[in-house]
Each structure stands twice: as structure tokens, then as C-alpha cells.
Ligand binder design. Structure first.
Ligand code: PMV
Length: 360
């Protein structure tokens, strides 16, 4: 599949009006996407656990315009309130996807969106938000094209979501999603995410992710600026190669169930992501003192107890604490006793691996 395959090749009989709702989850990368080429093509492959509790629900109402006009026509609300400051981002998204959904300008769209997690939690909603919106928009095309099969629908939804926010292409399916061409996964693609195509060991089923909300404020540097800085980063090429290597290693680990090596890769990836931020030009840092307190506590606890708790980070100060189902009771007790004290207002979110977006 290439970009061209996502351009509709027939004249569609589009519905006059309708309404559709999708709930799309967030995801947490194990091998991180950091750095991109033009058109949201990733500089390196990535892989993520799809989450379950952290999700965006979007309802799209669509109605054919009475008079054709040349622009995009839409209203946008977030948590029940009109949000005009979100509109430019959506216009950019519409401009990028119009070739693939050529009917967009024929409709007036009403987009109503809600997150399952608090707005000011420091959790990025761009992955779940763009995935939910892409699914809603593509549902208009699917209504008009009865021949569109489920696999194509998911691929195109992931492709469209990617044009909104790279990591959003990993928020359509579950439970593990891979994105970015790499030799160890022949089906992999730069233009959409795929469900991880191999069997995974029982140890990686039902993995838990407790998200510790260390800092709920706005990040000092956005992900798009961070991606851009990789164009001039002195270690970029070596880092991109490392992501390919780590994916290949994860493939062996997922099949053997070797959690110890899984931990080494996942924690190494998180620290490499932040090391890239700290060694670029200009350099910046998104971790906070409490991020490091938590990491050190996790290391001490793991050393003392020999269990399998580990952490990962996204582009922010919050810590994702990952642990297997078989150890969930003792590790959750540890989190409550030792780690929650480092969260802003003691706030955290209990999440786990999920199985992808759902039409409601
Ligand atoms: O999807 P973006 O452009 O917000 O980038 C996300 C980058 C990371 O979350 C840091 C890593 C990843 O692979 O999700």
C-alpha cells in the first residue's frame, strides 16, 4: 500500500447527512518515534502498547452544504465548550487529508470531543484525538463505499491519523502496534501503523501502565519542535539505527517472554529520547526532579525485590510505570506507598494494554 492507494478511485454516492461516534485510545511507545521527514514520515520505526483507559471520544455530525463554498466548514467543541483556538490545527489536518477524503469541503462538520483523562493532566491527547477524528471522517466514506473492507478501513484510518499527529497512527488498533519501515517486520510501513504481526508471549498480555502525573502544566518545548531539532542533531543517524536494532531485539523478546531484556530496551529507549532532547542544539529538558526520584525508586525496588517493574517516558515529565499482570498486586502496592508522593496533587491514572478504537 502506498499513499496513492488511499485516494478514492470512484465517484461516491455520499450521504446527505449523518452522525458517527468513535472512541480511540492513547498509546505508549516502547521504541520511540523522534525525528521525521516531510509529510509525517518517521525518521525511524517505533512500536507501542495501545492503552485502554486514556482515550478520546469524538462525535462527528455531517451535513451537505446547501451552497458550495470553497473552504472547510466546521464547528469544534472540546468537553462541551466551543474551542476556536483548536481550529487552526484541524484546518492543517484537513488540508493534509483532503486529497484522500476529497468530499470534505462538501459538508458542514460538527466535531464534539471528550477526553477520558483530565484536560490539564499533561497527557498529550493528540494521538487519541487525531485517531478518533480520522475514524469519524473515514466513516463518511465507508457509508458511501460498501465494498471497503475492515482491513482497508483500519489502514486508511491509521494513514489519515498519521497526517494529524505521527503517533496517532498507532491508536487505531491494539494491542501492540508498529509503525515505520524496518527490515525485521516485512509488513511494516512508513505511511500507517500495523498491528504487530507476530504472536507474543503470555508475559506481555495484559501489561499494566500506571501513569504518574508529575507535572500537569504545559510542556516548555512541543513535540514538533523536538522532532525538527533531530534534523540537525549530531547523534541523529546513530539514534535512528538504534531504533531499528531495538525493534529487532524486541521481536525476539516478545516471542520468548524475556522481560528482563524487555526492561533494558524500554528504559533505554525512554532515556535515549530524553538524551536526544538534552544533547541537541538548542538543548532542552522535559524531565522534572520528581521524574528522577521516581526512576531511582523504581530501580531500587527492582534491585531489592527482583521483580519486573520498569518505566518509560513520553515527551514530558510524567512517568509511565509498566508491569506484568502476574506481579500487579505487589507492584501497585509499591506505587501507592513509594511513588504517588511524587505526583502533582497525588494524581495518577491506572491504565493497561487495550485493544484499539471502538465505534460507539
Ligand atoms: O506524535 P507526535 O508528533 O506528538 O510525537 C510523539 C513522540 C513521542 O511520544 C515522544 C514518541 C512516540 O513514539 O510516541
Amino acid at each position: 500500500m502506498t499513499e496513492k492507494d488511499f485516494i478514492p478511485d470512484q465517484i461516491l454516492e455520499l450521504p446527505e447527512s449523518g452522525k458517527v461516534t468513535w472512541k480511540a485510545p492513547s498509546n505508549i511507545a516502547l521504541v520511540k518515534y523522534w525525528g521525521k521527514k516531510p509529510n509525517q514520515i518517521p525518521a525511524n520505526p517505533s512500536i507501542s502498547f495501545t492503552l485502554d483507559a486514556c482515550a478520546t471520544t469524538t462525535t462527528l455530525s455531517f451535513e451537505k452544504k446547501k451552497i458550495t463554498s470553497n473552504g472547510f466548514s466546521f464547528d469544534f467543541s472540546f468537553e462541551g465548550k466551543a474551542k476556536d483556538d483548536f481550529k487552526p490545527k484541524i484546518v492543517t489536518f484537513f488540508e493534509r487529508i483532503e486529497t484522500y477524503l476529497p468530499f470534505l469541503k462538501q459538508y458542514h462538520l460538527t466535531i464534539e470531543t471528550h477526553n477520558s483523562f483530565p484536560h490539564s493532566s499533561g497527557i498529550a491527547s493528540s494521538a487519541s484525538g487525531m485517531a478518533a477524528l480520522a475514524l469519524c471522517l473515514l466513516s463518511i466514506e465507508r457509508q458511501a463505499d460498501s465494498k471497503m473492507d475492515e482491513d482497508f478501513f483500519k489502514q486508511k484510518a491509521s494513514f489519515l491519523a498519521r497526517l494529524g499527529s505521527g503517533s496517532a497512527c498507532r491508536s487505531i488498533e491494539g494491542d501492540i502496534v508498529q509503525w515505520g519501515k524496518t527490515s525485521s517486520i516485512p509488513e511494516s510501513s512508513d505511511v500507517y501503523g500495523i498491528k504487530y504481526p507476530f504472536d507474543t508471549h503470555q508475559n506481555f498480555k495484559n501489561y499494566h501502565d500506571t501513569i504518574l502525573l508529575v507535572h500537569k502544566g504545559q510542556k516548555q518545548v512541543s513535540s514538533s519542535v523536538g522532532h525538527d531539532l533531530m534534523h540537525v542533531h549530531p547523534f541523529a543517524e546513530r539514534r535512528f539505527q538504534q531504533a531499528h536494532d531495538n525493534l529487532e531485539r524486541l521481536k525476539t523478546i516478545f516471542s520468548s517472554g524475556d522481560i528482563d531484556t524487555f526492561i533494558q530496551i524500554v528504559e533505554g529507549e525512554a532515556l535515549t529520547l530524553h538524551a536526544m532532547m538534552m544533547t541537541g542544539s538548542p538543548y532542552f529538558m522535559l524531565m522534572k526532579p520528581n521524574t528522577l526520584e521516581i526512576i531511582n525508586k523504581i530501580w531500587q525496588y527492582r534491585e531489592a525485590n527482583g521483580n519486573h517493574v520498569c518505566f518509560t517516558l513520553d515527551a514530558g515529565a510524567n512517568v509511565h510505570v509498566l508491569y506484568p499482570e502476574a506481579e500487579k498486586e505487589e507492584i501497585f502496592r509499591f506505587i501507592q506507598k513509594e511513588l504517588v508522593q511524587f505526583c502533582e496533587n497525588g494524581h495518577y491514572i491506572c491504565d493497561r494494554i487495550g485493544f484499539g478504537a471502538k465505534k460507539l
